[in-house]
Design a protein around this ligand. Structure first.
Ligand SMILES: NC(=O)c1ccc[n+]([C@@H]2O[C@H](COP(=O)([O-])OP(=O)(O)OC[C@H]3O[C@@H](n4cnc5c(N)ncnc54)[C@H](O)[C@@H]3O)[C@@H](O)[C@H]2O)c1
Length: 393
């Protein structure tokens, strides 16, 4: 298997690379990988647990993935340094190609020494062609593309260019820069090449009808949006308990703080909007009614990749009595996210091998805002994933 990562030098990407290479060398356990659970034991026959990596990036001050991984590690020290040293040679061979930061918002532009401007002096068609060429050079029949780049601001839906693939192609030809974003171009490039695609971010990616149509035409499986790894994972696992016991949630406050690059980008209001919408929608879908919610994310530099969520739930029980529940999630973001990148690549490749295409709703288990599915209950999503897998094997 080969994995092309959009945002290849970010902390989730480099942690996935270190983890994969450490597993290949037999020096790390497989804990954290859903695809290694006993329920999926035959997956190895179809998609062995090993991968080569490539990707697009906009911070090209790093010579290779090792330099980026080292930089991420120095700031976060999120795993034992031994793993980084042991995988150094492999990571030094992973060199990202220059991506595009088109309409990625002020949060991304402020990352610092990025080398790409809005459109890098190219037309939309030229950017798309360049991305396609980069991926084509690397890809084979067993390649999956995953977007783990920084979160873009929402792109207003434009039916003229987003509803059909003809419209989308016209948008590229007419160079309508303002209606397009980097994540759309990456998703377009992957699907055009017939490569399975997952959107681990809340950015638009393949979620517009035009790209869904292209995926059906090219028989490409895809999934998204926004990895479910921390507070939302706990929320969508816990909230069903209130339903099962007929307890009424009156209000749910979720307050997240994190440092790191992701936190810095999300500290920018326009970039944050996509994330808050993605996190906030789940309760309504779960409960069938809309409790009062407060959802916020703020930058807290000294925490680096340690994300802390404070949740307060006010709920009502028998005889109208009101009670309270509080929890704190204290997670290391990249450690919970990185294995899911490998899981998604394996399940999407399995889907391709079994001629499944279009949105793979059964992979909703991995996402905060599963495409084309209202099932956000983690328990039910897990059952759905196992059932789907069993029909393929
Ligand atoms: N638990 C988690 O970590 C988690 C969960 C769900 C979603 N996500 C999402 O995954 C993404 C990555 O998270 P991270 O912690 O690795 O962030 P990060 O900031 O460490 O990495 C993002 C990388 O993407 C690069 N980038 C930004 N815009 C790009 C573009 N247009 N093209 C190519 N590269 C681009 C950045 O330079 C950076 O190297 C974020 O969007 C985050 O919201 C993370």
């Amino acid at each position: 298997m080969k994995i092309w990562l959009i945002g290849a030098y970010g902390i989730v990407s480099t942690t996935a690379m270190v983890g994969m290479k450490a597993i290949e060398k037999g020096i790390s356990s497989k804990i954290g990988l859903v695809s290694e659970l006993p329920q999926f034991k035959d997956l190895n026959k179809y998609v062995p647990l090993k991968a080569e990596f490539g990707g697009h990036e906009i911070r090209l001050q790093f010579k290779n993935a090792y330099e980026a991984a080292l930089d991420n590690w120095k700031q976060n020290r999120h795993f034992d340094y031994y793993y980084l040293e042991a995988t150094k040679d492999e990571l030094e061979n992973i060199v990202a190609k220059k991506g595009t930061a088109l309409n990625c918002g002020r949060g991304v532009k402020e990352l610092g020494d990025i080398t790409v401007l809005e459109n890098d002096g190219l037309t939309l068609r030229e950017i798309a062609d360049r991305l396609i060429e980069d991926i084509k050079e690397f890809a084979d029949d067993e390649t999956v593309v995953i977007n783990v780049a920084s979160t873009e601001p929402p792109v207003p839906y434009n039916p003229e260019y987003h509803s059909t693939i003809e419209g989308f192609e016209r948008m590229l030809d007419e160079n309508k820069l303002e209606y397009c974003s980097a994540s759309m171009l990456y998703a377009y490039a992957a699907i055009k090449l017939g490569l399975p695609y997952a959107n681990f971010t809340p950015s638009t990616g393949s979620s517009i009808p035009a790209l869904k149509e292209l995926a059906i035409r090219n028989r490409v499986p895809h999934a998204g949006n926004d990895g479910k790894t921390g507070e939302t994972l706990v929320k969508t696992t816990l909230a069903p308990m209130f339903t099962y016991r007929n307890l009424r949630i009156l209000g749910w406050m979720s307050y997240n703080i994190l440092g790191d690059l992701d936190g810095k980008v999300l500290a920018c209001e326009e970039n944050k909007k996509s994330k808050v919408i993605s996190k906030d929608k789940v309760l309504e879908k779960l409960m069938g009614y809309s409790p009062y919610t407060i959802t916020d994310i703020n930058f807290f530099p000294s925490l680096v990749d340690n994300k802390i969520a404070f949740d307060f739930i006010h709920f009502e029980g028998f005889l109208g009595t009101r009670m309270k529940f509080y929890f704190v999630w204290d997670g290391i973001d990249a450690i919970v996210a990185a294995p899911l990148i490998i899981d998604l690549a394996r399940f999407l490749l399995l889907a391709k091998k079994k001629q499944k295409y279009g949105v793979i709703k059964e992979l909703g288990f991995f996402f905060k805002s599963p495409m084309e599915s209202d099932n956000v209950n983690t328990h039910k999503q897990f059952e759905e994933l196992i059932k789907w897998y069993n029909t393929l094997i």
